[in-house]
Design a protein around this ligand. Structure first.
Ligand SMILES: NC(=O)c1ccc[n+]([C@@H]2O[C@H](COP(=O)([O-])OP(=O)(O)OC[C@H]3O[C@@H](n4cnc5c(N)ncnc54)[C@H](OP(=O)(O)O)[C@@H]3O)[C@@H](O)[C@H]2O)c1
Length: 334
């Protein structure tokens, strides 16, 4: 089958088209013919080797963390899917490889795709949808009437998280640049802050939750937006000790990871708020619940650009600009 792989870590030039063997099917696996995949900044971090201590992949590696397609074959123990089903998934992090014609994924990471979405829109959802769900529902327990700040409301994660927070009944502030203001408001944001001209920490106060997608100075400044008891959930900041423990990384990496978040945890404690790092995980059941919200018209896909399969490296380059408005999709199957 055709696939886009890396043989070594690096930048844009290490991604190449290749003929790869079709994936083997284990008993609890489902073989999916991929119709569309989407690109995430995670693909760039994997490509560069930035995550190799926590995600030690064997090379050559097929890139790609998000897909929609049609079930071709199922393993002996699979009960919930059959050939012909239209599905979508963020495969387990040990089973990635969406920039390819076929993939074998564990049954428990798969869900029927939203019936109202085409393959390209469906492929845009899993990773950012699960991230939004796990941040706002699992970690933050966001409730009706609470105030949430979502950084980068125009990005892949932000566009989904705003819509989910709206559905949960929250009051939403978000940061993005001025050109995105109106359409991000239409997604459900109550307050839009142009991060290039306004300091969000000067105008937002007494928030219950911040979803940080930026790390660095944005993460540190987000503390002052929260009221006592508030929650700072970061998907881009330093890993916390709980994540380090659960990561399975070597002990010296776990210690180093814990130390990286020392400063933000200390600052959070001083302000009587909590700091949590989230690394999203694959979850077919949550994807099924997300599909229901989409089919009910509560959440829609926000796709910026669709690239043909042959232009997969260009799709990665586009995401690398950091300017995507929603998601970037690759149409694998014409
Ligand atoms: N830990 C996890 O499980 C997890 C899961 C998903 C994503 N992530 C990480 O979260 C980050 C965001 O992911 P994504 O998919 O949403 O990225 P993305 O789609 O590439 O984000 C692009 C958007 O970010 C906006 N942006 C850039 N700098 C900004 C700033 N300083 N303030 C506010 N908005 C800004 C841009 O708007 P403008 O063009 O207006 O600047 C653009 O619309 C990435 O670092 C990704 O790796 C982590």
């Amino acid at each position: 089958m055709k696939a886009f792989v890396i043989d070594r870590y690096g930048s844009s030039n290490v991604v190449r088209a290749s003929e790869m063997p079709e994936p083997e099917l284990r008993d609890d696996d489902v073989l999916v013919q991929i119709h569309a995949a989407s690109v995430n900044p995670l693909d760039l971090k994997i490509r560069s080797g930035a995550l190799k201590l926590v995600l030690p992949y064997r090379l050559p590696l097929i890139l790609g963390n998000d897909l929609a397609g049609v079930v071709v074959r199922v393993g002996a123990r699979v009960r919930s899917f059959k050939p012909g089903d239209e599905v979508y998934t963020r495969p387990g992090q040990d089973r990635i490889g969406a920039f390819a014609e076929y993939i074998a994924v564990r049954e428990d990471t798969l869900a029927l795709k939203p019936a109202t979405l085409n393959m390209e829109d469906a492929a845009s959802i899993p990773l950012v949808g699960l991230t939004g769900w796990q941040a706002l529902i699992e970690k933050a327990n966001l409730k009706k009437g609470q105030k949430v700040l979502i950084h980068a409301g125009s990005g892949g994660v932000g566009t989904f998280a705003i819509q989910l927070a709206k559905h949960l009944g929250a009051y939403i502030a978000t940061t993005t640049s001025a050109a995105n203001r109106d359409w991000v408001k239409r997604l459900g944001a109550d307050v839009v802050i142009d991060y290039k001209h306004t300091d969000f920490e000067a105008v937002l106060h007494d928030y219950d939750v911040v979803l940080d997608t930026q790390g660095g100075a944005t993460l540190m400044k987000s503390i002052s937006v929260l009221k006592p008891g508030g929650k700072l959930i970061s998907i881009s900041g330093p890993p916390d000790p709980d994540f380090a423990r659960a990561s399975g990384a070597p002990w010296f990496v776990r210690v180093a990871m814990g130390m990286l978040s020392y400063r933000i945890r200390k600052l959070a404690k001083r302000h009587q708020v909590s700091y949590v790092f989230l690394f999203m995980s694959a979850n077919g059941e949550q994807l099924q619940q997300i599909a229901e919200l989409i089919d009910a018209g509560t959440i829609r896909a926000v796709v910026d650009k669709i690239f043909p399969f042959a232009s997969t490296p260009e799709a990665l380059d586009y995401v690398e600009t950091g300017r995507a408005k929603g998601k970037v999709v690759i149409k694998v199957c014409a």
